[in-house]
Ligand binder design. Structure first.
Ligand code: SF4
Length: 508
């Protein structure tokens, strides 16, 4: 990307003479990915609303510098707190590289009283922070909007960095590895309506289709729900973000009305898991569309869609319905706790066609526990039937099973790369000649890395550090060899010490 400064709306620049705590909010991946997530907008707003804080943003890629803020080119190490949001396991490599590029000691033990505090939150570490303890001073375990102000107060009021870390270790939901706590509580907010919401969201002034445009376009992100009331055995959200909470229809309308005034957008993107379970979703969708703005919704459960909801989304400009059958065979869906019948899936795709959609995206998982070849072929069968019956453009997204800490399938071994490749090939070959069907597959080698990082313990920190040095997929192989740690086999047989999982000290 050129060094020309990117123009954005709703950026906050403060006079540093008036603030006490400098925060660098870091997203360890592309600008586009970071600006697509609500967390960036949420923490930016929460922090900058305080008169005593200046929060500026850093991204690993597609910005003029990974270690100078977008707002004022503030050097990363000038911040008191360097706060990362870790959404994807493999982004730990980018996180380490940002520290290195910013001349911040990569290992927490090498930092001094003058170093910033490296704080990390997000779903990855809220599930299992242990692989990352070498690099992090403090983790936020759970929903950070509940504790962010306590963290800032502790840092502001502490006479030294070490004193601040001691203070952080006493905040419920914050895990400071050097204090070796016997237990850590994951914090969950009960009432979404009572929370502050970022209505002035940062909108990049870029052309449609630009690599800097957020995934949902220039839109106002509206979080409708948190967590999920279902609990599919493989799903992290269904286990660590419980119970499911929803915003009321009135509060959602208030947020959207304020958001449309404060953010220069003509599109609303709804966010949340299992969104279709929200009683007021149909009303909300119709209300948004009547305002003359575009509307998009994420993946919906096939058994929760209604034709009126889909019509409203089509009127709001959405043309692709995304649903996640996860498995082709009803038996396997039952075993995994998905609770969807073939009829639910057919009904949803038929409704999509009737409502005016022209495409569907279907998510599947391969390599599930007890999965047979017949189960994989059932995916082919389902895709063929749906594509041939309804004639919609169909994208099949195939993801390998990754065991995640705290889920009911946390101890299930992951299939080998070879087995996953064969299954993916079976699907690709099976639908090759079906018109309007395309298959997108995640590289099984990435899935192996994700699995090791998901269920590994702190011993793999050495592998992570070497992999960050070498970079790329090959870097992980080289790191495994040099460290002598069987990193790629971690998820074959998760290593549990004294019969305990590495994350046994965490509770909800
Ligand atoms: S897979 Fe979807 S429905 Fe199942 S627990 Fe996760 S978010 Fe909920």
């Amino acid at each position: 990307m050129s060094k020309t400064r990117l123009r954005e709306h709703n950026v906050v620049v403060k006079d540093l003479r008036d603030v006490s705590v400098l925060v660098g909010y870091c997203y360890p991946s592309t600008y586009r990915a970071g600006m697509t997530g609500l967390a960036t907008h949420l923490f930016y707003a929460l922090l900058n609303t305080r008169v005593d804080v200046s929060c500026e943003r850093y991204f690993r890629y597609d910005v003029p510098s990974a270690v100078r803020s977008l707002e004022t080119s503030r050097p990363l190490p000038d911040n008191h707190i360097v706060a990362f949001s870790l959404t994807w396991e493999e982004d730990i490599i980018n996180l380490i590289q940002m520290l290195e590029l910013g001349s911040i000691a990569v290992e927490a033990k090498d930092r001094t009283e003058e170093s910033p505090i490296v704080l990390v939150g997000g779903p990855v570490v809220s599930s299992n922070p242990e692989p990352y303890v070498d690099f992090v001073d403090a983790f936020v375990i759970g929903e950070g909007d509940l504790v962010i102000h306590d963290i800032i107060d502790a840092v502001r009021d502490s006479p030294s960095r070490s004193n601040a870390l001691e203070g952080l270790s006493e905040i419920p939901g914050v895990y400071v590895p050097t204090t070796e706590p016997s237990s850590v509580v994951r914090i969950i907010i009960e009432d979404l309506d009572s929370l502050a919401y970022p209505t002035s969201q940062i909108i990049p002034d870029v052309l449609e289709g630009s690599q800097l445009e957020p995934v949902f376009g220039k839109s106002f992100l509206t979080e409708v729900t948190r967590g999920c009331g279902h609990s599919c055995k493989f799903c992290l959200i269904g286990h660590i973000c419980r119970p499911r909470r929803t915003r009321s229809l009135d509060r959602l309308k208030e947020i959207i009305a304020q958001g449309l005034e404060a953010s220069p957008v003509s599109k609303i993107s709804l966010i949340g898991s299992s969104l279709g379970d929200h009683d007021g979703l149909e009303d909300l969708a119709n209300w948004v569309v009547k305002k003359g703005v575009e509307l998009s919704a994420p993946s919906l459960r096939a058994d929760s869609v209604t034709v009126n909801l889909l019509r409203a989304l089509v009127n709001g400009g959405q043309r692709t319905l995304t649903i996640a059958p996860e498995a082709g065979s009803p038996e396997l869906r039952k075993v995994m706790g998905k609770g969807l019948d073939d009829e639910d899936i057919h009904r949803a795709v038929k409704m999509a066609k009737d409502a005016g959609y022209n495409a569907v995206k279907l998510y599947f998982i391969i390599g599930l526990p007890n999965e047979s070849q017949q189960d994989v072929l059932a995916i082919v069968q389902m895709v063929k039937q749906l594509a041939q019956t309804y004639g919609l453009r169909t994208t099949v997204s195939v993801n390998p099973f990754v065991p995640k800490a705290h889920t009911r399938w946390e101890g299930e071994p992951q299939s080998t790369v070879e087995a996953l490749r064969q299954k993916l090939k079976l699907i690709e070959t099976g639908v090759r000649n079906v018109p309007k069907v395309t298959v997108e597959g995640v590289d099984p080698r990435n899935a192996r890395i994700q699995a090791a990082l998901s269920v590994g313990d702190r011993s793999i920190g050495k592998v992570i550090q070497l992999a960050a040095k070498y970079g790329g997929l090959g870097g992980w192989r080289r790191a495994e060899k040099e460290s002598g740690i069987s990193f790629f086999s971690v998820a074959n047989n998760p290593r549990y010490v004294d019969g305990k999982v590495p994350w046994a000290f965490m509770s909800s």
